[in-house]
Design a protein around this ligand. Sequence first.
Ligand code: SF4
Ligand code: SF4
Length: 382
Amino acid sequence: MLSDDLIRQGQHVMTVCNACRYCEGYCAVFPAMENRLAFSKGDLTYLANLCHNCGECLYACPYAPPHEFAIDVPRTLAEIRLGSYEEYCWPGPLSGAFRRHQLLTALALALAAVGLLFASTLLAGRERLATAHPGGDFYRVMPHEVMVAVFGGVSAFVLAALVTGVVRFWREAGERTAVPMPRLALTRALGDAVTLKYLHANGVDCTSAEEVRSPWRRWFHHLTFYGFMLCFASTSVAALYHVGFGWRAPYPYFSLPVVLGTAGGLGLLAGPAGLFFLRRTRDQAVLDPAQRGLDEAFIILLLLTSLTGLVLLVLRDRAAMPALLIVHLGFVLALFLTLPYGKFVHGLYRTAALVKYASETFPSRSHEEHEGSRSSRTNTQT
Ligand code: SF4
Ligand code: SF4
């Protein structure tokens, strides 16, 4: 939760930055900050979720530790972000999961889900697991209706939890739920979200430490995000085939759902693996140590869900298919259940913050002017 101490620390940092304004060209956080004279809890959670933790402002700051002002914007905003996930979580009693979510708890949850699915499939008939199913017919292992009931029910709960969290965040930030938004502002916000504009706030490559730049953090984020979206598209097309046309899975290797799912799965292998490695090698000064478990648990669950899905695809005609299917579904179930209580929420809150930022600044040209000053500062610095 957002403690009074953390709010005071956020107010201290933002007040110093608001007087200094040296970093105003780096990202949307600083122009949004300059629109305010005081910082409420809602302002701080908005600014914190606008921050992409690129690290630029820490390396530029003459007041960073060991200076007595101890200005570390990326870490302070990261701590407030974690507090905001807990603050707006639904149902509230589950907010503690954000700090307890570790690699081991994620794996334990996935194994419990696999065990539960194994046990229920065995109860439904031992032959479902023991027999090779010609053509990789998944529904002989777990009937389509059962899959829809389990994953549809979980998805409905997850959607309700995620929407409630975003609405709480939006209201605390001072917005009404239904606010008319200029279409161009919305387009700009979504464009900034899907291109990860502020992840490399200096306009070139992402920083991993002072004077250390590489494009990998951006590329691994893109692979993860677009991999996830391709898998979602694959599932949606498969559902349309099944419900709309009566075409049952399994689909051929070069069918649309399989091609989308394979491309998405590969993205979800490479992206999370790269992010896991980068998380461990980044400058720890910009990170909130309390979020290490949260980050790694989400990354590893994504990676293992993808890995088990691809192995299942390759071996779907083999006798091991029923066991592989259950293992894969167990990981999918664990991933779904943890979405509202894990790192996944940062994408939603950040997008909402970008939409608010676009609505605050549109049609003002202020940020483009700031970006002009950023370019000239970058040139001066280099
Ligand atoms: S991070 Fe430091 S240099 Fe940048 S605006 Fe804040 S006080 Fe100024
Ligand atoms: S996005 Fe980068 S420059 Fe902007 S506040 Fe966050 S760490 Fe600082």
